[in-house]
Design a protein around this ligand. Structure first.
Ligand SMILES: Nc1nc2c(ncn2[C@@H]2O[C@H](COP(=O)(O)O[C@H]3[C@@H](O)[C@H](n4cnc5c(=O)[nH]c(N)nc54)O[C@@H]3COP(=O)(O)O)[C@@H](O)[C@H]2O)c(=O)[nH]1
Length: 870
């Protein structure tokens, strides 16, 4: 009963299978014996053709070519079944996938008679699975080739997976990190509190994004952007965390350092502060190094700028050390203009001379990189010192730090250079390099403030070179410039700590001596005079110079720099007028005189420009020594001050020169003298000519000849009625107009006379170049004439020179009859002096003329007077 039930059951099952599955039978050689409709449909076989085919006809060529195919049949023939997903070729050539079981069928003796195959079509499932597999492969590829490190961890923070990018970045394989917590592994420096906070966020389903410094297997550091995303399971509970870590080291270093440096520079922080900040920031990013920045100056010497973690005593020892081929890491790097890594300071020959300074501080290695300036030359060095011998020196991370820092240091150093250049231009004299007026005054004010607090005295020295103008005029401005530079250098030599010096303008220098008690000031002045008077060679010329020095003392002579400077200047004038190379201290008497002078200057200006007649001319006759007749008159200015009375020309003429009024005075004298000559002639007085004194600056005016002609015309005078007296100083006048004006005046017929002849210019060759008609023998020769044979010889010689050049020679300052006779006997044609007459007012000259019997009066009618009022 049981057996019959089994058979029944089997048949039932087989029918059921036959309906739903594809069934086929093969003989042991693989020929198809039987195929049910499902099988035939699956492989698209028609009923007749199906019995003529073999198993291999449905197999892909690659399977048939492989050893697996005969092996499968061998195993089937040996009674072993085979199950699997297999690819088959339909009769139309298309492919399909079958889930197949090949079962060997046995006879009653247990021998394999044929093979039964049960299959179902899984083509759709297989295609989907292939697509999924391809997708997964592509994902894996993305994960592995990406430079982003990826970590998959579970909810217990245990690492399940890391991609190859992780291994490349951090050096660990998956096996090494599986099961470990990512934070413990990569950022052990972060606090436990942070880890808890991090887990809480993920548990709440929130992603966590941070920028963090993380550390790899070999201690390599990365500034990394860390993004952790929680992945929930089907119930929404936190199951996994996918964390990506992107290396942002370079951009972050740049960002942090650049931002901080640029901010500091924008705030105008001093260079040292900026560089110290760079070092501190770098040491925060890489605590295993100690950073240092040295400057390389234009002479190739090192100067410490910033090394906040190195002792000042160490840095100071490097100050001023010249760079060279064997000067530690920094000096050598600057010398070679390339980075120098020294792994073992103790044994490296580059550190031979310096290791005793650094080894006691615990540093064993040093890596220095030159900081290149705009022209590519090293302007500094940036160095990392290492203590721990196990630290990788010059690692890729450190390299990135250095690359960022040297650019920023170069920027800061170049900017400092530009700033100091601007400072130099704004506050220093371009020629001598000394502080200019602005800086000098600012520094002086500081000195005065401190002196006020400390109850100290300060000396202000006003130094003016003697005869600088002559050097400039005769040797040229480049030599003058060299002289000023040499003087500046010599001034620097006498300055003490706390003293300051500057150039005000031209040849004026000022020294401010702090803590200036009389003795100290005296010593500095002595040293200054010694320095200045030492022989000086400029180009081919040797010279000895001197300076006039005026001194004003704080607080006695003034409490502010403006007053002190002014008073030192006054004292300097006093020194100058006392002779060259003198020193004069300001005094109240000097101040009184200066005030007086100022008042006088104001009054002179008013006198010249007002009609009140405070200025007038006196006239001194010049007598023809042969005939005793009047040769001419010299017009001499006189000034009657409203309150001070008569002011001597010797006082107001130099004043007019100094305050720029001398040309106005000359114009006024010319017009006044011509007018007076015309008046005399109108009165019938025969005054042959009038001589007017003109200073060299009057000849700067190219309009002078026209103005003279107009004046002469105005008074119906002829050019020969006027003589202009010049002094030899006109030869030192470098104004380009001077000679042109002199020649134009001469060409107009106006006579030129050389005044004070014999006292000034040593070379007489100028007499050929200057179109003078007359020489006036200086009265110093005349006054010595009676007793001094040399004076006699000289007066004779001067007369000879005049005669040989066909010039009239006028002897000045004749006071005695003896002088008169001697000069007449020597052959002088004309003389002038108190013997004949003092300079006198115009109306007195008329009277004087009448007393001179030999001078014939003329009638007024004889003289044309065109326009009295012009
Ligand atoms: N540029 C101008 N210079 C002028 C003008 N007026 C005068 N001066 C110059 O001032 C200097 C002083 O002049 P002054 O005090 O007038 O002296 C003159 C005479 O008084 C003086 N003199 C004449 N004779 C004698 C004498 O016998 N003994 C003596 N001790 N002094 C005498 O000499 C001065 C004239 O000198 P000089 O001009 O060299 O002929 C003087 O340098 C004037 O030039 C002016 O308007 N402009």
């Amino acid at each position: 009963m049981g057996e019959s039930e089994d058979v029944h059951t089997q048949v039932t099952r087989f029918k059921a299978l036959d309906r739903v599955m594809a069934l086929a039978e093969f003989d042991l050689d693989g020929r198809l014996l039987h195929a049910n409709p499902n099988y035939r449909q699956l492989l698209q076989l028609d009923q007749t053709a199906s019995l003529a085919v073999a198993h291999r006809d449905f197999c892909p060529p690659a399977l048939l070519a492989s050893a697996a195919y005969p092996a499968m049949w061998e195993r089937l023939r040996n009674g072993q079944a085979f199950s699997g997903e297999v690819e088959r070729v339909r009769s139309d050539g298309s492919r399909c996938w079958l889930e197949a079981t090949y079962s060997p069928a046995l006879d009653e003796h247990g021998r394999v008679t044929h093979v039964v195959k049960v299959a179902s079509d899984v083509t759709d499932r297989h295609t989907q699975s292939l697509a999924h597999q391809a997708y997964v492969e592509r994902l894996a590829l993305v994960a592995d080739v990406s430079d982003t490190a990826i970590i998959i961890s579970d909810a217990m923070s245990r690492i399940l997976f890391v991609n190859r990018g992780f291994s490349r970045m951090f050096g660990w394989s998956l096996a090494e990190v599986q099961g470990r917590a990512p934070i413990d592994l990569l950022a052990p420096h972060l606090s436990a509190g942070f880890a808890e906070h991090y887990q809480a966020a993920l548990r709440a389903g929130e992603p966590v994004v941070r920028e963090e410094i993380v550390v790899g297997k070999n201690g390599q550091r990365y500034w990394s952007k860390v993004l952790s995303n929680p992945v929930p399971d089907g119930d929404g509970a936190w199951q996994y965390t996918v964390t990506t870590l992107t290396d942002i080291t370079t951009s972050k270093m740049h960002e942090v350092l650049q931002r901080r440096v640029l901010e500091a520079m924008a705030r105008d922080c001093p260079l040292v502060e900026v560089l110290e900040m760079v070092c501190e920031e770098v040491e925060r990013m890489a605590p295993e190094v100690t950073a240092s920045v040295l400057e390389v100056d234009a002479c190739g010497k090192l100067h410490p700028l910033a090394s906040p973690c190195l002792p000042a005593s160490y840095s100071m020892q490097l100050d001023g050390v010249p760079i060279g081929p064997c000067v530690g890491s920094c000096g050598t790097a600057a010398w070679r203009n390339e980075p120098v890594v020294v792994h073992d300071i103790a044994s490296d020959p580059l550190w031979q001379d310096f290791k005793h300074l650094i080894l006691p501080l615990g540093y064993t290695a040093c890596w220095s990189t030159p900081i290149a300036g705009a022209e590519g030359k090293p302007i500094g060095t940036f160095a990392f010192y290492y203590r721990d011998p196990s630290t990788v020196v010059a690692s890729a991370y450190h390299q990135r730090l250095v690359d960022t820092c040297i650019d920023l240091c170069a920027l800061a150093l170049e900017r400092e250079k530009a700033r100091s250049r601007i400072r130099q231009l704004a506050f220093y004299d371009g020629l001598t390099g000394l502080p200019n007026r602005s800086l000098l005054l600012a520094r002086a004010e500081q000195v005065l403030t401190s002196a006020t607090t400390n109850h100290e005295r300060v000396a202000v020295l006003f130094v003016d070179l003697d005869r600088f103008k002559q050097v400039n005029d005769s040797m040229g401005h480049p030599v003058g410039d060299d002289l000023l530079c040499a003087v500046a250098e010599r001034i620097k030599l006498v300055l003490r700590n706390g003293d300051t010096a500057g150039r005000l303008s031209g040849d004026e220098f000022v020294l401010v001596l702090s803590e200036g008690d009389a003795e100290q000031v005296g010593q500095v002045i002595e040293r200054l005079q010694e320095q200045l008077s030492a022989p000086l060679t400029l180009g081919d010329t040797s010279m000895v110079i001197s300076a006039s020095i005026g001194v004003a003392m704080f607080p006695d002579d003034g409490r502010d720099m403006e007053t002190l400077l002014h008073r030192a200047d006054m004292a300097m004038y006093q020194a100058k007028s006392a002779g060259r190379g003198r020193v004069s201290f300001f005094s109240s008497e000097m101040n009184r005189l200066a005030q007086e002078r100022l008042a006088l200057e104001k009054a002179l200006r008013e006198a010249l420009h007002s009609e009140r007649g405070c200025l007038h001319l006196h006239y001194q006759p010049q007598v023809d020594l042969k005939t005793g007749s009047l040769y001419g008159v010299e017009a001499l200015a006189r000034w009657t001050h409203p309150t001070l009375g008569m002011i001597a020309p010797a006082r107001f003429i130099p004043l007019a020169e100094e305050c720029g009024l001398i040309s106005d005075l000359g114009r006024w004298a010319l017009k006044e003298a011509c007018s007076q000559l015309a008046q005399w002639r109108a009165q019938g007085l025969e005054v042959p000519a009038v001589a007017v004194n003109l200073s060299p600056s009057s000849f700067h005016n190219l309009d002078l000849p026209r103005m003279i002609s107009a004046t002469l015309d105005c008074h119906a005078l002829q050019p020969q009625d006027l003589t202009l007296e010049l002094t030899e100083s006109i030869l030192l006048d470098t104004n380009p107009s001077t000679m042109q004006t002199i020649h134009a005046v001469h060409a107009s017929g106006v006579r030129l006379s050389m005044d004070d002849f014999g006292t000034g210019y040593s070379s007489l060759s100028y007499l050929r170049r200057l179109p003078v008609s007359e020489l006036k023998l200086d009265r110093s020769f005349v006054s010595d004439l009676e007793h001094d044979e040399a004076a006699q010889a000289l007066s004779r010689a001067i007369l000879g020179i005049g005669q040989s050049l066909d010039l009239t020679v006028v002897a000045e300052g004749v006071e005695t009859q003896v002088q008169h006779v001697m000069l007449r006997d020597q052959g002088y044609p004309v003389a002038q002096g108190y013997l004949f007459a003092q300079p006198m007012a115009p109306q007195d000259l008329a009277q004087w003329l009448q007393t001179q019997s030999h001078i014939a009066p003329q009638t007024a009618e004889k003289i044309q007077h065109k326009n009295r009022d012009c």
